[in-house]
Design a protein around this ligand. Structure first.
Ligand code: FAD
Length: 271
């Protein structure tokens, strides 16, 4: 299996870097090919601007999605973006690794998404009509591949539990798991989250490293989060609301978009 790790931490001696190396070692020992995009080490350009679109008219008004589409079609995206897109196509599995900063990913990683996920590559894919709303949410360019997050937090597990003050971790990570990974097609594995890491001692590190090795060993067999597929008949078009007969009456918000029924009840392996 080919694995791409996109890594966002500025310090090579950090806990995150140590965990990244544990994951790489385990994957390579098992014969997988691993490539790493170490965003700080690469001095990754974070902000989208005119310089991203090499065929843009110098006086033209910048409309980002249009410029992105035209540059993608013309092969006029910048070389750094093209290299990352090629890595995404190469990888069977994508891992995004980062410390939780302000309840989400560090800006450098968001900037990687903003720039690499071009129109026509990760969005704006497939037929858009009154019958179909594009190939997305389980379909799209990256369908058939797996993705997962490796995340560390300062907060305790209890703070991220269903009644915890920070909000449930699955809700906080939903915009990434569902909006960034499932959207262009990935099957998204449950995240690997390590809580309360700021004073992690050696014993804690050893335990975390072993849990992480186990997740790397089972990367190709772990069942994905059962996100519903947009074009599987569960959503009304064009409102894209979940059909009224699906989901429990009490469920609202993010949890509606997971199909928690067993595969035999839902009629598919992944809902
Ligand atoms: P490091 O600081 O590098 O290490 C953490 C501990 O691990 C250290 O004590 C270190 O000694 C120890 N350690 C043990 N073994 C090793 C080893 N082999 N190698 C390296 N270190 C080891 N937290 C939240 O919960 N929610 C937030 O919204 C949030 N927002 C933040 C915003 C910012 C801007 C910042 C700076 C922090 C925020 N935090 C938040 C905390 C943040 O998530 C943690 O500080 C981060 O996850 C720690 O990861 P690290 O790799 O930076 O750890």
């Amino acid at each position: 299996m080919n694995v791409l790790m996109v890594f966002a931490h500025p310090e090579p001696r950090s806990l995150n870097a140590a965990l990244r190396d544990v994951a790489i070692r385990e994957l390579e020992t098992r014969g997988h090919a691993v490539r790493v995009s170490d965003l700080y080490a690469m001095n990754w350009k974070t902000a989208v601007d005119r310089a991203d679109f090499l065929n843009l008219d110098a006086d033209g008004r910048l409309k980002v999605a249009t410029a992105s589409s035209e540059a993608f079609m013309a092969g006029a995206l910048t070389e750094d973006v093209k290299v990352e897109q090629e890595k995404l196509l190469w990888a069977d599995t994508l891992i995004l690794q980062f410390p939780l900063w302000w309840f989400t990913m560090p800006a450098i990683l968001k900037g990687w998404i903003d720039r690499v996920y071009a129109y026509g590559f990760a969005y704006g894919v497939g037929e858009h009509s009154d019958r179909r709303w594009g190939d997305r949410y389980g379909e799209g360019r990256l369908a058939g591949k797996r993705a997962m997050l490796i995340v560390t937090t300062g907060g305790w597990a209890e703070h991220y539990s269903p009644r915890g003050i920070n909000g449930p971790i699955d809700d906080l990570l939903f915009p990434i798991n569902h909006g960034i990974l499932h959207y262009p097609g990935y099957d998204v594995l449950p995240p690997f989250v390590t809580y309360r890491v700021d004073r992690l001692d050696e014993a804690g590190f050893a335990q975390t490293a072993e849990r992480l090795r186990e997740r790397m060993r089972t990367l190709d067999t772990t069942p994905p989060i059962p996100f519903r597929r947009q074009n599987g008949g569960e959503y009304l078009i064009p409102s894209l609301q979940l059909r009224p007969d699906l989901g429990s009456a009490e469920a609202t918000g993010f949890s509606l978009h997971r199909d928690e029924r067993s595969p035999s009840e839902s009629g598919s392996g992944n809902g």
